[in-house]
Structure formats: structure tokens, C-alpha cells
Design a protein around this ligand. Sequence first.
Ligand code: GUN
Length: 290
Amino acid sequence: MSTIIDGKALSLSLKEQMKGRIADLEKQYGRKPCLAVIIVGDNPASRSYVRGKIKAAEFTGMDSRLIELPEYVKEFELLDVIAGLNADKAVDGILVQLPLPHHIDEDVVIDSIAKEKDVDGFHPMNVANLWLGRKCIVPCTPKGIIAMIESTGVEIKGKKAVVIGRSNIVGKPVAKLLLDRNATVTIAHSRTQDLAKVASEADILVAAVGRPKMVTADMIKPGAVVIDVGINRIMVPGPDGTEVSKLVGDVDFDAASEVAGYITPVPGGVGPMTITMLMENTIECFLNRQ
Ligand code: GUN
């Protein structure tokens, strides 16, 4: 049986510590860090994530602004809003919730965020600096994953790490962070031959593919640290015979937890840590701007 890495509890204790830090920062600098979050349209999952981000900001005591724009907003109108926040001295962090509607070019939007306020770490300058090993804003989900692995006490140095998924938001940056900590890193993906064999050699396995329960117990090395980044909504039979929706990860949790040494649950694993790292990045941007 594996030990569960409780992302919710870890997040709570980090956010409690931030409360004190933010109160101190206000005394020292005369204002609190401020996070601005922009959401375009009514995607229910995006709305729920954004609510979580604003709630976390309120919990820590930092200032926050929520800017809600309609689905049909023009790209130039969104860029105008971002330009206003870039110029606003009271705003430290700017996050545009992705995905954006198809008529808006995400790259143009990301490029328009001042790199000093890019709390997501998605701006090309931040990505370049991450890969060059220079000071940068580290993307929230990968940063949270590393914190969760480190919370187990398992040393990353010298270990075989396999990341399944090669997205710009998770797969690629988390692979770089593991490499920085001297893991031997493989980035696997949908075209990897014999994925089960590759995965089963991992001491640290990060699943970030967005396919419900695709990582099965046979793909896990006994004792491995398993980090499940997936947030998939599936329909399952409910108590009265009707279908109900359930949140599951990319890992078949029940079977995997019989094999893994440490495992993150879904929900309550990577999700809360991503939000907590966003709070940390906002504080970091605030301090960089002083
Ligand atoms: N959509 C899914 N994950 C993220 C994230 O980490 N940041 C932003 N801005 N949008 C997302």
C-alpha cells in the first residue's frame, strides 16, 4: 500500500505560512501583493479553476482582481485589458485562464503579458530563462509537482524520472525541473513505443496526458513516486442507477496505490498545489518589482 501525498494538506500549511508573510510585506512596503485573473467566456471547468485561484488569494490575504470577459470579446479588447494591467503599478501578477476561445490567438495573448507579471511562467522569456537555467518564474503545476516529490523525502538526484506528456504547461517544464535536480529524465508521449515498459522503469512517474486512468498498475515500478496531473471528468453509475459525473486522474488510483510507494490523489493532489504555487509566484513577482 502506498503513502498518499496529500496536496490539499500541504497546500493549506503553505498558504497558512503565506498569511504571515503577506501581512509582513504590507507593513514593510505599504501594500500587499495583487493578482489579476482574466477569464474569457463560460467554460465551467475554467470558471471553477478561476474561483479556486481567487479564493486562495483571499485566504492568504493578498489582493486580487477578477476580470470576466464575454466569450465573443475581440482579441484587441483582451490585449487592451492586459496592457492596462501591465501598466498598473498596483498589480503584481497577471493570469489569463486558458484555453481561450478559438478566435483569439493564445500565443499573442501570452506574449503581451509583461514578463515581470507573468505568474504562470508562460511568457517566452520566462520559458527561455527556465531552459537556460537562469532566474525565472517557474510554471505553477511543475513547481507544485517538485514540492510534492520533495515532501516525500525521496531524493530526486540520480533517479529515473519518466514524464508522460509533453505539453508546454506541464510535461516539458517539469522534465526540465527534474533534470535540474539531477534525475535522468525521459519524456514519453502518445507515440512512445511500449509506453508500459518505459513507465515501469521510472522511480518517479509523472502522468500528464489528460486520459482517464490510462496509467495502470502494471506500468508502475513497485515503490515508485507517482504524480497524477490529470483532471478528467467521467460518468459512472450512481447509487440509483443513473449516471453521475466523477473526477479521476490519468492514473488508475485504486490499483496503482497497491504498487506505488507514494501517490497523489485526484482530487486533492496536484490541483491545490498548482494554486498554492500561483500564490507563491505572485509574492515572488511582487518582491521582484520592489
Ligand atoms: N489552464 C489550465 N492550466 C492552466 C494554468 O496553469 N494557467 C492558466 N493560465 N490556464 C490554465
